[in-house]
Design a protein around this ligand. Structure first.
Ligand SMILES: NC(=O)c1ccc[n+]([C@@H]2O[C@H](COP(=O)([O-])OP(=O)(O)OC[C@H]3O[C@@H](n4cnc5c(N)ncnc54)[C@H](OP(=O)(O)O)[C@@H]3O)[C@@H](O)[C@H]2O)c1
Length: 215
């Protein structure tokens, strides 16, 4: 699949792009700065041994079959508004956690909502928003040879989009579960600040989650 990574020059985008390219997917690195995206694409090309391309976020959103949004929450709404046309009809995996620096270890949610629900509202019904990957630390994703000790919960109001995301996340080498409708993103996004607290408390590079009893 041709996957566009918006904010693909960042920490999470790096590991996702590298792992998806190694799994055989085409990866389009997006950035506000096309040159910066091309430099990251060159780095991923070297690391994966397979060609990766880069360009603006708008280019990546338009050219991709599916898009992953990897920008900080402070840039979430503005980035989506700028890409609304390019994202019409597409599956958008939103990994955003609505953190409020510097208090990143305290839950902060948009009132009565979540970043993923905000994305769906901003993009309208034509885009098929999926919330996922909120608990997977970029430090683990960046080591494709290492297993990631973290399950992934995936939610969406579009079952086909959710199922596609489950498949792509399994291609990253992760175990992924259907966590229900997009409204459940509130629970998923709320857990990340707790993991960040655990990282600090127990001096971990990236605490993860595991589910039991799911067969
Ligand atoms: N890091 C993790 O371990 C982790 C884990 C789970 C979920 N997440 C979530 O994943 C998202 C990305 O996290 P990250 O750690 O990868 O972030 P990051 O490295 O700080 O930033 C990612 C990219 O976002 C773009 N960006 C930064 N400020 C922007 C702005 N004001 N407007 C538009 N674009 C901007 C930058 O790309 P350009 O400068 O190239 O445009 C940057 O490379 C966040 O929402 C975070 O909550 C992160």
């Amino acid at each position: 699949m041709r996957i566009g990574v918006i904010g693909g020059t960042g920490r999470e985008g790096h590991g996702l792009g590298l792992r998806w390219r190694l799994a055989g997917h085409e990866v389009l690195v997006g950035s506000r700065d096309a040159e910066k995206a091309r430099a990251k694409a060159a780095e991923l090309t070297q690391l994966s041994g397979r060609p990766v391309t880069g360009g603006t976020n708008e280019w990546a959103a338009r050219e991709a079959e599916l898009v992953v949004l990897c920008v900080p929450y402070s840039a979430h709404a503005a980035t989506l508004e700028g890409l609304r046309g390019a994202l019409a009809g597409k599956v958008v995996i939103d990994i955003t956690v609505p953190l409020r620096p510097p208090q990143v270890r305290v839950v902060h949610l948009p009132p009565g909502s979540s970043a993923a629900q905000e994305a769906q509202a901003l993009l309208g019904p034509e885009a098929r928003v999926v919330g996922a990957l909120h608990h997977v630390s970029s430090s683990h994703l960046a080591e494709p040879g290492e297993p990631v000790e973290c399950d992934v919960l995936v939610c969406s109001d579009d079952q086909a989009a959710l199922d596609l995301a489950l498949t792509l996340i399994k291609d990253l080498g992760l175990t992924a579960y259907d966590a229900g409708p997009l409204a459940n993103a509130v629970a998923l996004e709320s857990l990340t600040p707790v993991l960040l607290h655990l990282n600090k408390k127990y001096k971990s590079p990236g605490a993860g989650i595991r589910f039991t009893g799911l067969g």
